[in-house]
Write a protein that binds this ligand. Structure first.
Ligand SMILES: *Cc1c(COP(=O)(O)O)cnc(C)c1O
Length: 372
């Protein structure tokens, strides 16, 4: 079926389940976040499933991803927020993308592109309410709001949305979220004074959607929860949230061997067998996005049994220990907790990162296959 000995199985039923859980949590419109190749799950596949399930809004970081997505879903509303000065925005306007405007230069350049194309740019004004990342500062917004109003007056822009991003929503008791809501409200009021009233206000990603109802406004922007991972498993696990892992990563064991006590494994012999051991070689490595932090820390599941990684993860392979492993057996790195598997969140916890990064960095060459 594929030349690769590994694969990421992508489950539609899990995805649809997760979308339903998000819908249980909010009555707001849903913007499915599909940046980073849909968190490594495959942009086209995920976008089509979401569209089929009734999702009308999509969010991607990169302009190039937005243009790609437009080719798959001509009817979708697509918000994009990463572009830099000098980027040709005329193509974006031609593709009827919704553009985030989060800096003064962006406002200028979107206005110019609109003039050049004779189109009205659909704009979501981004305000910085805590991240110190994208977004107009309160002061910039104060200075620019009349200019924004003028551009809207000239039909160069249509201010569709006002938006911001939460910094600490995965700390449910932290007061910063309420402060962000307050700043967001103030931004809305400033714009309204200038006669600009965006129809769609949006603030919440997955954590806000699940843990902060006061942040839902008109639309929510879940990403990670759609893929069946928790925004923070130390607050609630995916299972606690009724979410199911969409990705299951597995590989066929390439070879096995029995070794005596005292055998050094992989580069630098960071693991030396304390006794006799049965080893299997799993053909995935850091070239495929399996970080070296998994060396001597994470485990795989083979035939329902947990088999720890021994020694250092190499570029294309790593070694595990477990009784009864044979060549051709399937080693599952992570998947759904209900199937007795470690989750990507678990894998992240063992490798000094988060589930988000675990799934997103799986190499694009690893085949994504529909789960049975
Ligand atoms: C990534 C992202 C999201 C989705 O975040 P999750 O925590 O994955 O739900 C929402 N909004 C913005 C601006 C993002 O960058």
């Amino acid at each position: 079926m594929t030349e690769f000995p590994s694969r990421a199985l992508i489950s539609k039923s899990a995805f649809v389940n997760n979308l339903d859980r998000i819908r249980d949590a909010t009555s707001a419109e849903i913007m499915a976040i599909v940046k980073g190749n849909a968190y490594g799950h495959g942009l086209e596949r995920i976008a089509r499933w979401a569209h089929e399930a009734g999702v009308r809004w999509f969010g991607v970081a990169q302009l190039a991803e937005a243009l790609e997505l437009r080719s798959y879903i001509p009817q979708a509303r697509i918000l994009t927020w990463i572009y830099t000065p000098g980027t040709d925005l005329t193509e974006a306007l031609g593709a009827e993308l919704d553009l985030s405007v989060g800096s003064v230069w962006a406002l200028e350049e979107v206005g110019k592109a609109a003039k050049a194309t004779g189109r009205t740019a659909r704009v979501h004004i981004k305000v910085d309410t805590a991240m110190a990342r994208g977004g107009l500062s309160p002061r910039e917004l104060d200075e620019q709001r009349w200019h924004i109003a003028a551009l809207e007056e000239e039909d160069l822009i249509d201010v569709v949305g006002l938006w911001s991003h939460l910094a600490r929503a995965d700390e449910p008791d932290h007061p910063e979220t309420a402060r962000q809501v307050e700043r967001f409200e103030q931004a809305g009021a400033l714009l309204a004074e200038a006669g600009v009233v965006p129809k769609i206000r949006h603030l919440a990603a997955s954590a806000g959607t699940l843990w902060h109802p006061a942040t839902h406004y008109d639309m929510v922007r879940p990403g990670v929860a759609l893929y069946g991972l928790s925004p923070d498993a130390s607050v609630q696990t995916a299972s606690d949230l009724g979410l199911r892992a969409v990705m299951r990563l597995e590989a066929d064991v390439m070879t096995t061997r029995d070794v005596p006590a005292g055998t050094g494994i992989s580069y630098n012999h960071t693991y030396v067998t304390p006794g006799q051991a049965h080893l299997g070689v799993v053909p995935l490595g850091y070239a495929d996005g399996i970080g070296r932090m998994a060396s001597n820390s994470a485990s795989v599941t083979i035939n329902g049994k947990t088999c720890p990684i021994r020694g250092k993860v190499c570029m294309d392979q790593f070694i595990v220990e477990g009784e009864g492993i044979e060549p051709g057996h399937v080693a599952v790195l992570f998947g759904d907790a209900r199937e007795g598997l470690a989750t990507a969140d678990d894998w992240g916890a063992k490798t000094q990162t988060i589930g988000y990064e675990v799934v997103t960095r799986i190499g694009s060459h690893v085949p994504r296959v529909d789960a049975p």
